[in-house]
Design a protein around this ligand. Structure first.
Ligand SMILES: Nc1ncnc2c1ncn2[C@@H]1O[C@H](COP(=O)(O)OP(=O)(O)OP(=O)(O)O)[C@@H](O)[C@H]1O
Length: 238
């Protein structure tokens, strides 16, 4: 049974949605007071519903760029907009993170002592959504990833692949427009990684969200609409 609720409010609050969900203009980032230049003049646009891989070797700056594009970190220079909004403003960033942006990390960042269902409820706390609606969404997503039977299991009792599938569900709980995934299958064996990766793409595509995926594994760039090679501080078409 489809227990889906209608999509949450759109961004910007008034007027049309921008056609690009992410825009980066001449973005620069270095660490150690400029001694470690990592991102050097990146320009890119990610369209609505587009799946884009950031591919590059270890240390090339994939995570750094992902953090900048998601508003988790700020560039030294340049402009980034998410859904037409400026994430450098704290209030905007929080609003984006709460409702419009979802994250899937390599180490899933779930709370091991809580059940799958309890973990899925967490992103919805600040939204004050009715508990029944939140649980319906959790059940819907759990079913989509084949984990309905695991909703009341503690995370610590789930396998690596089940945990990562739970992390995907959690990222989608608030029906975000954009998902940022940082090596989401990095901790899994090859076969499980394939299953989880395909599930991520299928589910996100069904939801109509965009995905920006950081990966060092070129196998996973093939499932995306487009790939950018992160190399020497630039993001160039692969
Ligand atoms: N907070 C930080 N302080 C100092 N240096 C950093 C910081 N974050 C990242 N770096 C450096 O920036 C470079 C890029 O790191 P980043 O994590 O973005 O690479 P990556 O492509 O995601 O690598 P991996 O595939 O190994 O995760 C590395 O040389 C890293 O050491």
């Amino acid at each position: 049974m489809n227990t889906e609720e209608p999509r949450l409010g759109s961004v910007p609050a008034a007027g049309e949605k921008p056609s690009s969900v992410i825009v980066a203009r001449d973005v620069w980032k270095s660490f150690d007071h400029g001694r470690t230049p990592v991102i050097q003049g990146v320009n890119l646009e990610i369209g609505r519903g587009e799946m884009v891989a950031l591919w590059g070797s270890s240390g090339s700056g994939k995570s750094t760029l992902l953090h900048l594009l998601s508003g988790l970190d700020r560039p030294d220079r340049g402009e980034i907009t998410i859904l037409g909004l400026d994430p450098s403003r704290e209030e905007t960033r929080l609003r984006l993170c709460r409702r419009h942006v979802g994250f899937v990390f390599q180490l899933h960042n779930l709370i091991p002592d809580l059940t799958m269902l309890e973990n899925l409820r967490i992103p919805c706390f600040s939204e004050r959504r009715p508990a029944r609606e939140v649980d319906a969404r959790a059940r819907y997503l759990a079913e989509k990833v084949g984990l309905s039977h695991r909703l009341t299991s503690r995370i610590q009792n789930l396998s690596g692949g089940e945990r990562q599938r739970t992390a995907i569900c959690r990222a989608l709980m608030n029906r975000p427009e954009v998902i940022f995934a940082d090596e989401p299958t990095g901790s899994l064996d090859e076969r499980t990684a394939d299953v989880v990766f395909n599930l991520l793409l299928r589910l996100v595509s069904e939801e109509g969200a965009s995905v920006i995926l950081a990966t060092h594994d070129q196998r996973f760039t093939k499932g995306c609409h487009r790939s950018l090679h992160i190399h020497q501080g630039k993001a160039l078409p692969l």
